[in-house]
Design a protein around this ligand. Structure first.
Ligand code: HEC
Ligand code: HEC
Length: 340
């Protein structure tokens, strides 16, 4: 046999072997690797979900100012509503209402998402209309159904407070300005990182942190495809997706402007009913669910996800297991991580 012909033959044999390998389903499957080991995961690269870690260097003086302003009702027109009225930290960073109640009992159009871990989100609001927490802060302050105020009003009112004015002068070279109020609030929010959930302890190597049911729930969450959208460090918060990929969620139901989702931001037809995939961290605490607050329980929300995002009616047992898994995402401490 001549040399080129021998090489050709070897190449053919190798190609056939590769074909057999691929068609016999021998693609390396990180999920199988992980679940068959029965061990907690050491290798985060194999996981769709990443543990939360304490935030890096943040200015403590700015966080403290933000913390104070977060529950300061002077940010609202009539001094009755603060950020904390709708984002109760100890309750999971939300108000547990279907839609929020603002100044004078005004009802909003959407359910309040949690502020906990919001600094790790790729965009703010259900429709992602604010790119940063600094830009987000202007929203509630000006929203007539929330605080119904304005930056000039807020700055004027806070400037009458000598201690606060001094605090801002120490923390910012240009003192108490609208921009610095937004910055302080954003710094405080970035410190709200809820580490040490049992699921994170499990990911970081504690094999005893989860019950059998919770572990099975995580497995089903992956196998069913929930983690194709709910993933990363927030188990959400890193992409936009249509609500109703495999069925029309909005059919036969009265619609409000907010139901159009990202369409309201971009005006593009393909963004109709597209929303930020919400984080599932501490989700057991933040009922009711969805941008419209329509699902009263986690079990109901999971059923709806199965039907409209995955195109299937989930087994009762799968729902039960996924509820158990989602409960393991609740952190033991929902306060600020400043000074740790
Ligand atoms: C009247 C209730 C109410 C008040 C007061 C309020 N919020 Fe909100 N907050 C909401 C609602 C409702 C949304 C969702 C709005 C949307 O997506 O269109 C929201 C969204 C947010 C988000 C985005 C979270 C995410 O995951 O997208 C952040 C951050 C936030 N608020 C922080 C604040 C801060 C800071 C203040 C005070 C300056 C504040 N909120 C005041 C109800 C409120
Ligand atoms: C195709 C992407 C996609 C898939 C797959 C998906 N989700 Fe969602 N999920 C979303 C979006 C988008 C929302 C927000 C919908 C809304 O309220 O507008 C959401 C909302 C939720 C909520 C409500 C969170 C809250 O704070 O209101 C839960 C709980 C949830 N999903 C769990 C699941 C589970 C469990 C699965 C698998 C059975 C799943 N999701 C599959 C995209 C997805």
């Amino acid at each position: 046999m001549t040399k080129p012909r021998a090489l050709g033959l070897i190449a053919l044999v190798l190609a056939l072997m590769a074909g057999v390998y691929v068609f016999s389903g021998h693609q390396p499957d990180p999920a199988a690797l992980y679940f068959n080991r029965g061990n907690p995961v050491q290798d985060e690269a194999l996981q769709p979900i990443v543990p939360l870690r304490k935030p890096g260097a943040l200015r403590v003086d700015r966080i403290r100012l933000g913390q104070q302003l977060f529950s300061d009702a002077r940010l609202s027109r009539d001094g009755t509503v603060s950020c904390a009225s709708c984002h109760v930290l100890a309750a999971g960073g939300t108000d547990n209402r279907r839609v929020s109640v603002g100044i004078g009992g005004a009802l909003g159009q959407v359910n309040a998402p949690s502020v906990l871990n919001s600094g790790l989100s790729f965009a703010q609001f259900w429709d992602g209309r604010a790119a940063t927490l600094e830009l987000q802060a202007a929203g509630p302050i000006h929203n007539p159904a929330e605080m119904d105020s304005s930056w000039s009003q807020v700055v004027a009112r806070l400037n009458e407070d000598a201690a606060l004015r001094k605090g801002f002068q120490a923390a910012y070279s240009d003192g108490l300005t609208a921009q610095n109020i937004a910055s302080a609030l954003a710094n405080f929010e970035r410190s709200l990182v809820t580490v040490n959930s049992r699921f994170d302890r499990y990911l970081l190597g504690d094999s005893t942190a989860l019950t059998e049911d919770e572990l099975s729930g995580y497995k089903r969450f992956r196998e069913l495809g929930c983690s194709s959208c709910h993933q990363g460090v927030l188990i959400g918060g890193n992409m936009f997706q249509k609500f109703g990929v495999l069925g029309d969620y909005f059919a036969n139901r009265p619609m409000v402007v907010a139901d159009l989702g990202r369409f309201n931001v971009t005006g593009r037809e393909e963004d109709r009913h597209v929303f930020k995939v919400p984080s599932l961290r501490n989700v057991a605490l933040t009922a009711p669910y969805f941008h419209d607050g329509s699902a009263l329980t986690l079990a109901e929300a999971i059923q709806v996800m199965g039907r409209y995002q995955l195109g299937r009616d989930l087994e009762h047992e799968d729902v039960r297991l996924i509820v158990a898994f989602l409960n393991s995402l609740t952190a033991p401490d929902l306060g600020s991580r400043v000074g740790e």
